[in-house]
Design a binder for this molecule. Structure first.
Ligand SMILES: NC(=O)c1ccc[n+]([C@@H]2O[C@H](COP(=O)([O-])OP(=O)(O)OC[C@H]3O[C@@H](n4cnc5c(N)ncnc54)[C@H](OP(=O)(O)O)[C@@H]3O)[C@@H](O)[C@H]2O)c1
Length: 301
């Protein structure tokens, strides 16, 4: 029996509740996990709100990523054994805001001992996305990468990846995030009205790549600073990016393993912002739903 946070209907946070569920044994290509840490993502509330379709069977377990200890493995799982410390994505129909869950073995990797459970749990969604979005359009060292929404889970990792590649990185975020954005090596520009002009003060000739993690009007207002509008890549708002000439992020199969290796070697810090107990998982989701978190929010059973 495991406690898991679910949503019982599409809509607001009032549809979330804890349930006790019998966890089935892992099926093919699944591993059973004792959860040590789970990452919170905007997708958790966006799925609940119905913004990502209505194909989840209700009540739907919440939480997409976790790190922990393997307690059982399904048939045809190679390279993962009982007792291994792993990190990965939840199996279909399962959630990671729980004491025990099932992971998709094809999207699960061994956790390097250099990474804590919390640090590892911060990486499968935001870290892999940051890896993919910074590699979709290749820049040369010295070229300029602008990140809109630089202080969040994806943004802080994208900025650090940019510095590893020796790009000039500019991070747009609210004033409260200046210190954390600058800690990644990025030049800070305050978000809000007039942001395009402030970016021009730092990059008078414009930027080579615009990574958008916010979308909407905030993206429209700064899009003119990119030299070539095809070099707008978004994780947040493909429709607006395409209207402006850019594109949505193409997710890859190797992004998660790559970012875990980069973090293992100490080249990026997952920047854990806040940690909540499992009983406070709803507060953890609310803090991300608020839209202004700094770094990653983690839930620990
Ligand atoms: N397609 C995919 O596979 C994929 C995967 C992961 C994430 N995503 C999406 O990517 C986006 C970012 O994810 P995340 O995990 O980084 O979210 P997050 O941790 O919640 O961070 C979002 C950041 O956006 C900033 N922000 C909000 N409004 C802003 C504005 N008007 N101007 C500038 N910054 C603003 C917030 O900081 P301030 O307080 O500074 O405003 C916050 O730090 C989300 O929309 C998420 O759903 C997509």
């Amino acid at each position: 029996m495991s406690t898991v946070l679910v949503f019982t209907q599409y809509g607001g946070a009032e549809a979330q509740e804890f349930m006790d569920r019998e966890l089935p044994p892992p099926g093919p290509s699944q591993v059973a996990l004792e959860v040590k840490a789970a990452g919170v993502n905007p997708a958790d509330w966006k799925i609940r709100a119905g913004q990502m379709g209505d194909h989840w069977q209700l009540p739907a377990p919440m939480g997409r990523e976790a790190a922990g200890v393997v307690t059982a493995v399904g048939v045809d799982v190679d390279g993962i054994a009982v007792g291994d410390e792993v990190v990965g994505l939840a199996a279909k129909g399962h959630g990671t805001f729980a004491q025990h869950t099932l992971l998709d073995a094809k999207q699960t990797v061994l956790k390097p001992e250099e990474l804590s459970f919390a640090a590892a749990a911060a990486l499968p969604v935001a870290g892999a996305t940051a890896y993919d979005v910074t590699h979709q359009i290749e820049l040369e060292p010295g070229q300029t990468m602008l990140i809109l929404g630089a202080g969040g889970g994806v943004g802080l990792l994208a900025s650090q990846i940019g510095k590893v590649h020796e790009f000039t990185v500019i991070g747009v975020a609210s004033a409260s995030k200046q210190q954390i954005v600058e800690s990644t090596g990025a030049a800070f520009v305050e978000s809000g009205p007039g942001a395009a002009g402030r970016i021009r003060e730092v990059a008078p000739d414009g930027v080579d790549l615009l990574i958008d993690l916010v979308g909407g009007q905030a993206l429209r207002e700064i899009a003119e600073v990119v030299k070539d509008s095809q070099n707008i890549v978004t994780t947040a708002d493909p429709d607006t990016a395409e209207q402006l000439g850019g594109s949505g992020v193409n997710r890859t199969a190797e992004g998660m393993q790559k970012i875990i290796e980069v973090a293992q070697y100490g080249l990026v810090d997952p920047h854990i912002g806040r940690r909540f107990s499992l009983t406070d998982a709803q507060q953890a989701i609310a803090s991300v739903e608020d839209g202004h978190t700094a770094g990653k929010v983690i839930v620990e059973p």
